[in-house]
Design a protein around this ligand. Structure first.
Ligand code: GLN
Length: 464
């Protein structure tokens, strides 16, 4: 099944349609702030006038390169940095007719779970403006939930597409590592991250993924796509969760999804992931180590902010990094430098790499018995801005269900499950590498029973 692009076909050519589309986006912008830049005209000319995604507007997380737009990564160190080239993933979507309409807010360099770590703006959850949209791709998920765009690109290093998708009630795909080129994605933790998709339906998620995937000479970690051909699922493993692992709402939602799968005729088997308790420590060792190396390029000399008044190059670097990076970024660079310091690599980094192998073995064992695995996305629904519901440390500890797929390189999809006390809650599916289609088929069946719900104020008044 493919998307019906006729809904969008005339958007490019009909001026009054563009105008009403712009008005709709701007109306939502006042209350959610999902965009860092919105300009539907800027790159219209770069998109093909034909193709599977013809005329479809989309948003791009602000750590992914689109020529003509700025690329800030949500950071003061890159504020006003005008991007000189376009990422491979975006080029492919433009080639299929989709049109970039703007750049989406995010936690600085992808570090966070709330988008509150953006140095350049606040994003609210369209379902409840006092709550976060999730993160780090919060702008991408919020814009899709509000109907500003049918899909938006995000990046997922430890859950940054799936967690905000779940908080906002949309679909969120983290593809198999290496299937979508990272050329043009600003590196945070290179061995963990992929460009991902937030979308309003499974069908759009599939078409966008299939358009973007493939080997790219500009990214030598891209791999040949070789699915097994077994696209249908009979047996789904369900991660066993304890009463205290999830909030009451999320636990309830998890059980509802489980029941629906049973009703659909899937055979369910309950499983445990013994390595789950090591996932967060291993993730934060590897992610911060890689971040400390990747962010060394922001030195006040080559790109972005160059602080005035420095007398030596090393002063310039120190002053620019000091005023350009936010606290969370500084914390992670320090942590990463600490775990990599000479003489201590065996204790932290190499041990984390061993845990990574153990996690993959855990998944492989499950996939000997089951075609896919169901697990929660996040232990709570969307939390309030600031740290009154969850501190930054608690937010990190809550990444356990999402980072496991990044450590193992597996595909994972967040699917809307229920609405609990006015807030959407998602559920997650993962499968062996290259089995995205298997995830889409499960998702489509669930979508028939429970399509993505819309927040109040969602309308199609611009009638495309
Ligand atoms: N919450 C995770 C972190 O802060 C997720 C980040 C991501 O996927 N970019 O690192």
């Amino acid at each position: 099944m493919s998307i019906k692009s006729d809904r969008w076909q005339n958007l490019l050519s009909d001026d009054s349609l563009w105008k009403s589309y712009n008005e709709y986006v701007n109306k939502w912008e006042k209350s959610i702030g999902s965009f860092l830049q919105f300009d539907a005209d800027k790159t219209k000319g770069d998109s093909s006038s034909d193709g599977l995604l013809k005329g479809m507007p989309f948003g791009v997380k602000d750590n992914i390169a689109v020529k003509g737009f700025d690329m800030t990564c949500g950071s003061k160190i890159l504020e006003n940095f005008n991007c000189p080239y376009t990422s491979t993933a975006v080029q492919k979507l433009q080639g299929a007719g989709a049109v970039v309409v703007g750049k989406m807010n995010m936690d600085e360099f992808g570090m966070g779970s709330s988008t509150d770590n953006s140095a350049l703006g606040e994003t609210n959850n369209p379902w409840d403006k006092s709550r976060v949209a999730g993160g780090s791709s919060g702008g991408s998920a919020a814009s899709v939930a509000a109907g500003q765009v049918p899909f938006a690109l995000g990046s997922d290093t430890g859950g940054s597409v799936r967690q905000p998708a779940s908080f906002c009630g949309v679909y969120g795909l983290k593809p198999t590592y290496g299937t979508v080129s990272r050329y043009g994605l600003t590196a945070y933790a290179s061995s963990l991250e992929t460009i991902g998709i937030c979308a309003e339906s499974t069908a759009i998620t599939r078409d966008v993924f299939n358009t973007m995937k493939g080997i790219d000479n500009m990214d030598n970690t891209t791999v040949d796509y070789k699915p097994s051909g077994k696209d249908d699922t009979e047996i789904i493993a369900v991660l066993k969760v304890g009463e205290n692992d999830l909030s009451e709402d999320v636990l309830n939602s998890y059980r509802v999804s489980q029941q629906r799968l049973k009703d659909l005729g899937y055979k369910l088997i309950e499983v445990e992931l013994p390595t789950l308790k090591y996932v967060v420590p291993a993730y934060y060792v590897i992610a911060t180590a890689e971040a400390s190396a990747n962010l060394a390029r922001f030195n006040g000399i080559r790109y972005g902010l160059a602080q005035k008044g420095a007398e030596t190059p090393s002063d310039l670097m120190q002053m620019s990094r000091n005023s350009g990076f936010g606290d969370e970024v500084k914390l992670r660079i320090l942590l990463g430098t600490y775990v990599l310091r000479s003489g201590f690599q065996d204790q932290y980094y190499h041990r984390a790499q061993k845990i990574r192998t153990a996690i993959l073995n855990d998944f492989n064992r499950i996939f000997e018995e089951a075609d896919a695995l169901m697990l929660p996305v996040f232990p709570t629904a969307a939390f309030r801005h600031g740290s009154s519901d969850l501190t930054q440390l608690q937010q990190k500890a809550a990444d356990l269900y999402t980072c496991s797929a990044n450590l193992a390189g597996l595909p994972a999809l967040a699917v809307p499950s229920t609405i609990e006390k006015g807030l959407p809650v998602g559920v997650q599916f993962t499968a062996p590498a290259f089995e995205e289609e298997r995830l889409f088929r499960i998702s489509e069946k669930l979508e028939e029973i429970f399509p993505a719900q819309k927040p109040e104020g969602f309308s199609e008044e611009w009638k495309i």
